[in-house]
Design a protein around this ligand. Structure first.
Ligand code: ACM
Ligand code: ZN
Length: 752
């Protein structure tokens, strides 16, 4: 733990007072510890001069796992007082050898103080160092989003998330309640939303590859919904823990569940069966709520009336993202609306819809929220925007232009669907990585932000999209422990990030997750690797995001026989298996990384290319085969373009066999090339065509992930071997990603 003598900062309280990073998440603003300690009695008495607050305080102690009893001032071990001058969510906590005093700016701050106390107690096994804490959040909005559409979970499981969120001082739970894959909230005026819309066909495939139901005759067995009574109970439970529940009702897109229930909500040009999507929907994703007819507006307003009755939240989330306008372009009613309202185009039609609903929400005394796209077509500076695309830059740009308030939940830093560690050890998800360290180091503001922009940022949110989850435990695994890191970002003062100092607090808090029966990932102990050739041999490195562990490795055929400390690169000149893992105090912590390194004439040789899209061309000759995950950092990728790359064998060699590894997974827009042309050259300038390979159609768009070595054999001498791989074009109709441009991925070049 980092200790900083306060004398050095000019804040000397007494000679023995230290500022340290306590084992509390989120990190308190100021914490000083002195000599001595307080021992918590079995059943501490709590006194508060404010009657109602004392009752609340006892409940907060109970929720935090401390059995407390309300008592009179002289008998109290803990005194809770309020001081409005501290302001919202601000508390101080004073621990002396014989008592604890909590002073709080409001009710929420009492709970935060109690939660801090509970963490200190857990860490000290019932004993707390004499200390003073002064604490308040950086951001007013500290959120967590759960997508309960893609993975329905029981109310009790939502409450379990709420419990942990409360102990992390989060104050908003955003529930994504409606989407293409299900409608999860009972709406009394539209019963089919949950009779039909809450249920989808069960498909055994992973998310994007699940094909749509073909007719209403197919049984829909997967799903679930929350009755209004259940949801009111969740809202009440959260409110008792100072968490506001924000409901999200998606519009105009991500609405297949609503349209499956009430087909008349789609544009009248839609004349096919639309069911609740089990996957991504293919071209049916363009079937969205029709903005040309009044009954759509009536539907949305009726739904929102019931939603606003259930959720007292001052803000209501209207979705607004990813609306494909293909059906609107064909719809006479939508086109008539554009003419009647003098709108410029179909983007402006979405602006019209969002504007009307925004005004409706405002007329009920609430504020509308939505994803980035909610303000497209017609900026509405009174809507709160969730910046989600990329690094959140769109929301920043819009806020600069129009003064929108916004919340940062950028996909690149806060989407908990992403891998949290080396992918070979993780359940299959999507996209790239956000490690625990990445989440902890996330800084939502930019160095160039002015004060106005800063004041428009309300806070941050971790968002769990649950397409790849099947159970509450799967969801917990993706959320924890990264939510701990994001809660720290949301609360701690700007510029305070200290990854190493965070780790003891993290380790202490994961004990709390264990106690709560919450599953959390241990990916932080797994090893990332990089293997690169230097022309002659391979250099292998392995690293862990935790600096407090050792990395040990062995080369050979026995795991950790004669293992060594890995401090730099391991040099490998011939076929070998490298085993490595993290250790602390002689105990293995992470999973065993096993790298099977193979050699052929191309291994360790340089690859020349100008067009590789993901910068991983070196992986083509690093002796290591990629997994069936495109984003495992072992595949060299090209997008919607011809791939061209050349390996330099160093000297002219006899070539008898050539193979090229490729990944096919059309469910996520990855296809094999249509054709591969292979050339050789002695000088790297004049090339001779040696082979044209036509890849069979059934292999090009294979739906499930498949690694295929394409045979490009020929016999010739040459120093340079060039591959030109022709992209096959968009995914054909009838497959999950129909009509989408494709990536091609390659690994490994094998020349003998
Ligand atoms: C989103 O991820 N489409 C909000
Ligand atoms: Zn329409």
């Amino acid at each position: 733990m980092k200790k900083l003598l306060l004398a050095a900062t000019g804040l000397l309280l007494n000679a023995a007072a230290f500022a340290v990073r306590p084992c509390v998440i989120p990190e308190p603003v100021a914490y000083t510890v002195s000599e001595g300690s307080f021992i918590m009695p079995e059943r501490p008495g709590v006194n508060s001069p404010v009657g109602a607050t004392a009752k609340g305080a006892v409940r907060y102690f109970e929720n935090a796992g401390i059995r407390a009893a309300k008592t009179s001032a002289p008998k109290a071990s803990i005194t809770v007082t309020t001081d409005k001058s501290l302001g919202a969510e601000h508390y101080t906590l004073d621990v002396t050898p014989d008592k604890i005093v909590i002073t709080a700016g409001d009710d929420a701050a009492i709970m935060y103080a109690v939660n801090t106390l509970a963490q200190l107690l857990r860490n000290g096994n019932g004993k707390i160092d004499v200390c003073h804490i002064d604490d308040y959040p950086r951001f007013a909005y500290r959120g967590m989003m759960l997508d309960v559409v893609r993975c329905y979970i029981e109310p009790a499981e939502i409450k379990r998330f709420i419990d942990v969120a409360a102990s992390l001082k989060l104050n908003n739970l955003h529930l994504h309640l409606t989407d293409d894959n299900g409608w999860r909230l009972q709406i009394k005026k539209y019963p089919k939303l949950t009779e039909v819309g809450a249920w989808r066909v069960a498909r055994p495939d992973l998310f994007p590859g699940r094909l749509n139901a073909r007719s209403a005759e197919e049984e829909t067995t997967e799903g679930g919904f929350y009755t209004q009574a259940e949801m009111r109970d969740i809202v009440h439970y959260a409110a008792e823990r100072n968490i506001n529940v924000i409901p999200e009702i998606e519009m105009p897109a991500h609405s297949a569940a609503a349209i499956a229930s009430y087909p008349e909500l789609a544009c009248p040009v839609v004349d096919k069966f639309v069911g609740v999507f089990p996957g991504i929907g293919g071209k049916d994703a363009s079937i969205i709520l029709c903005a040309g007819q009044e009954k759509t507006f009536q539907f949305i307003q009726d739904v929102l009336d019931e939603v606003m009755d259930i959720f007292p939240s001052p803000t209501i989330h209207l979705g607004g993202d990813e609306a494909n306008k293909a059906m609107w372009e064909k719809c006479p009613l939508c086109n008539q609306r554009i003419e009647d309202e003098h709108l410029s185009d179909h983007e402006a039609l979405q602006g019209y819809l969002m504007d009307r609903i925004n005004r409706y929400v405002r007329s009920k005394g609430r504020t509308a929220m939505g994803w980035d796209e909610v303000t497209y077509g017609k900026p509405k500076e009174d809507i709160i925007v969730y910046g989600w695309q990329g690094d959140g830059g769109v929301a920043v740009r819009d806020s600069k232009a129009t003064g929108h308030k916004f919340i940062m939940t950028p996909a690149r830093s806060t989407y908990l669907i992403r891998y949290q560690g080396p992918q070979w050890f993780e359940p299959w998800t999507y996209f790239g990585n956000i490690t625990l360290r990445d989440a902890y180091m996330f800084e939502p503001t930019g160095k160039d932000w002015d004060d106005a922009l800063r004041s428009n940022l309300l806070g941050i949110q971790g968002s769990l999209w649950s397409e790849f989850c099947k159970t509450p435990a799967d969801m917990q695994y993706q959320v924890f422990p990264r939510m701990l890191a994001l809660a720290d970002v949301a609360w701690r003062p700007e510029g305070r990030a200290d990854w190493e100092a965070f780790l003891p607090a993290l380790d202490s808090f994961t004990g709390h997750l264990d106690d709560k029966g919450v599953v959390f990932a241990k990916s932080m102990y797994n090893l990332d690797h990089v293997v690169k050739g230097n022309g002659k041999e391979l250099l292998a490195k392995a690293s862990c995001i935790r600096p407090d562990v050792e990395v040990r490795y062995s080369l050979g055929d026995s795991l950790f026989n004669d293992y060594k400390l890995l401090t730099d690169s391991v040099r490998i000149e011939k076929p070998a298996t490298l085993y490595a893992a993290t250790f602390k105090d002689g105990k293995q912590l992470g999973r065993t990384l096993t790298l099977n390194l193979d050699f052929n004439k191309a291994t360790a040789k340089p690859v020349i290319t100008n067009s590789c899209r993901n910068g991983l061309a070196y992986a083509l000759t690093n002796g290591l085969r990629a997994s069936d995950r495109n984003s495992d950092f072992e595949w060299a990728g090209w997008y919607n373009d011809t791939a061209e790359f050349t390996v330099d064998l160093g000297e002219t060699q006899q070539i008898k066999s050539v193979k090229l590894g490729t990944l096919v997974h059309s469910d996520i827009c990855i296809a094999a090339p249509r054709q591969i042309h292979v050339y050789t050259s002695d000088n790297g300038k004049a090339f001779t065509l040696r082979r044209i390979v036509d890849v069979p159609e059934d292999l090009i768009y294979h739906c499930k992930a498949r690694v295929v070595d394409i045979d490009c054999d020929f016999e010739a001498d040459g120093r340079y071997v060039k591959f030109v791989a022709i992209n096959p074009g968009c995914v054909p109709d009838g497959l999950a990603r129909e009509g989408t441009p494709t990536w091609m991925y390659f690994d490994e070049i094998n020349i003998n």
